[in-house]
Design a protein. Structure first.
Length: 106
């Protein structure tokens, strides 16, 4: 038991050094095109959310006026889901930046 304690006490202590990593806009070829593609995908996501909102509102209206509670409830759910999708698309950059900063502060 004693030789093990002496061996462990002689091991060097390694302390983590300060490492800083910042996003690099020039690290990969074509990064600007990728940023344009991501921006276009976000725009398409918002357009699809608006389209889903319109379709869901129409379904909700038809369900309400035809006394079809199932169709009306599906329209209501569609309206809520499309609004949530628009919020997520709009807040995606802010969410990623927030969690990046949280990760950097850990």
């Amino acid at each position: 038991m004693y030789p093990l304690v002496n061996t462990v006490s002689m091991l060097p202590v390694v302390a983590p050094s300060n490492i800083t990593i910042n996003p690099n806009d020039t690290g990969l070829p074509g990064i600007t095109q990728l940023q344009n593609i991501v921006g276009a995908v976000m725009t398409i996501g918002l357009v699809l959310a608006v389209l889903a909102l319109i379709v869901s509102a129409v379904v909700w209206g038809f369900g309400s006026h035809s006394s079809n509670p199932h169709m009306a409830s599906q329209g209501k759910i569609g309206v809520l889901v499309s609004c949530l999708a628009a919020v997520i698309c709009g807040a995606s950059v802010t969410l990623v930046n927030f969690f990046w900063n949280v990760g950097q502060s850990v």
